[in-house]
Design a protein around this ligand. Structure first.
Ligand SMILES: [Zn+2]
Ligand SMILES: [Zn+2]
Length: 445
């Protein structure tokens, strides 16, 4: 029997509550996986609203924005990139889970029981703790997860800085649940567990009193994002901080936290943000002698080296002074505004693509994904002020016009269709002239 209270549309009240895991079992229990809403995709307006709220609160309380534009754009870019594979494939976290459930389940807990709902809440949160801990302690898993830590700011946009690679290892930690918890219940909690972690990425909430004892809070998660020595490998929780307290990885916030990787990557280029550590592992793997040492490069901690303990030496982590200057784009204000406009247009096409996936041909879908990746890369090049940025942007605007003309990208506002074409033609002319000038005046670096 279907649950009469459950529905696929998410109301405004539910939308707000789902961002804080304040959902009731009877409104979020589904018999089949197909009925489970894509809560994460439906959360976009709530992400934007909360980010705007954080901006206003930060201006009022601190007299400054909660972060920097270049950093925030890079974070949202990573969020966009990480969601693209789901346009083609069901996530590996669900595929493997369903396979184990269908072939190896030991017993079948009732999908409509609140007990199953609460047990799954605990099970997913516990699985996440161990996944997250391993993502910091196993180098090859860190190659995915480091993306999330690469921001040198800490605000709600940082939460969206997600890894493309992460789900290829995280699924392993949820497989025990597939022995007894129905996939539809698991799919609900997997999403709420992720959504809960959005609001804790902020500096505008300082301390939440007694809730700090049980829940993961902005204060606890700030420590997790710190590169101060006392912050490294601490506070892995998603929702309940009790796991860190039980397993000895808890650390309270005390001295000022400096955010980001211990060795900052100093780029806004989204592909590099996603994959740079894989290349680092590759080169370290070949540079390290001996089979067992090579094996250790992959499976021991990111700070490991021959003769060192599994997680490396804490004294090798650079000391912070609190005066670190985060990497910033040297692009002009005007160019930054231009990147925001182009980014917003891309985001509108991205949303429209997710809303109409079923109605789009595979070719259109693939071309749109390529256009989105090209746009994010080009914006990264512009922010990094790379020599080939002008050429890349000319190419991107040309690709846009082609896709638009051939109907692979639909006009967002049909009455403005002509204005769109004029705008992109001007962009092609502007960036085309700049790239020609660069080509004449000197070789690209
Ligand atoms: Zn982490
Ligand atoms: Zn985080």
């Amino acid at each position: 029997m279907k649950n009469p209270e459950a529905q696929q549309d998410v109301s405004v009240s539910q939308g707000v509550r789902m961002m804080f895991y304040m959902m009731k079992p009877n409104e979020t229990s589904f018999q089949t996986l197909e009925e489970v809403p894509d809560y994460v995709q439906k959360a976009t307006p709530f992400f934007i609203s909360l980010m705007l709220l954080e901006l206003v609160v930060s201006w009022i309380c601190k007299g400054k924005p909660p972060g920097r534009l270049d950093d925030a754009l890079t974070s949202i870019s990573a969020g966009v990139l990480s969601r693209l594979p789901s346009l083609f494939f069901r996530s590996i976290e669900l595929t493997t889970y369903i396979y184990i459930w269908e072939n190896y389940r030991l017993f079948n807990l009732p999908w409509d029981s609140p007990w199953t709902w609460y047990l799954t809440f605990l099970g997913v949160d516990f699985g996440y703790y161990w996944f997250h801990r391993m993502a910091h302690e196993v180098n090859i898993m860190w190659a995915g997860h480091q993306t999330h830590h690469s921001s040198e700011d800490y605000n709600l946009s940082t939460a969206l800085r997600q890894s493309v690679l992460q789900i290829y290892t995280s699924w392993i930690f949820y497989t025990p649940l597939a022995l007894f918890i129905p996939p539809s219940v698991y799919a609900v909690h997997l999403q709420f567990n992720l959504l809960y972690q959005f609001w804790i990425h902020t500096e505008v909430i300082t301390n939440l009193g007694f809730l700090e004892l049980i829940l993961n809070t902005p204060s606890h998660h700030r420590v997790h994002h710190g590169r101060n020595r006392y912050c490294i490998d601490k506070n892995y929780a998603a929702v309940l901080i009790i796991w860190d307290r039980i397993f000895g990885t808890f650390e309270a916030e005390n001295e000022k936290v400096v955010y980001g990787l211990t060795h900052p990557i100093n780029t806004f280029e989204p592909i590099k943000v996603q994959f740079h550590h894989l290349f680092y592992i590759w080169s370290t793997f070949w540079a390290t002698p001996g089979f067992f040492h090579k094996f250790s490069v992959i499976f021991k901690g990111p700070g490991w080296g021959p003769g060192k303990p599994r997680l490396g030496l804490s004294e090798e982590i650079p000391q912070v002074t609190g005066k670190e200057v985060p990497f910033s784009s040297s692009a002009s204000q005007l160019l930054k505004i231009y990147t925001v406009v182009q980014f917003a247009l891309m985001l509108a096409f991205y949303e429209e693509t997710f809303a109409n996936t079923a109605a789009l041909s595979q070719v259109t879908l693939l071309l749109r994904i390529c256009f989105i990746i090209l746009t994010l890369t080009s914006i990264g090049f512009l922010l990094d002020q790379r020599p080939k940025a002008a050429f890349m942007e000319t190419l991107r605007c040309l690709v846009f016009l082609m896709l638009y003309r051939f109907g692979h990208l639909k006009p967002l506002v049909p009455s403005l269709s002509f204005a769109f074409e004029v705008f992109f033609s001007i962009c092609i002319a502007f960036w085309g002239v700049r790239s020609m000038k660069q080509l004449i005046s000197g070789p690209w670096k």
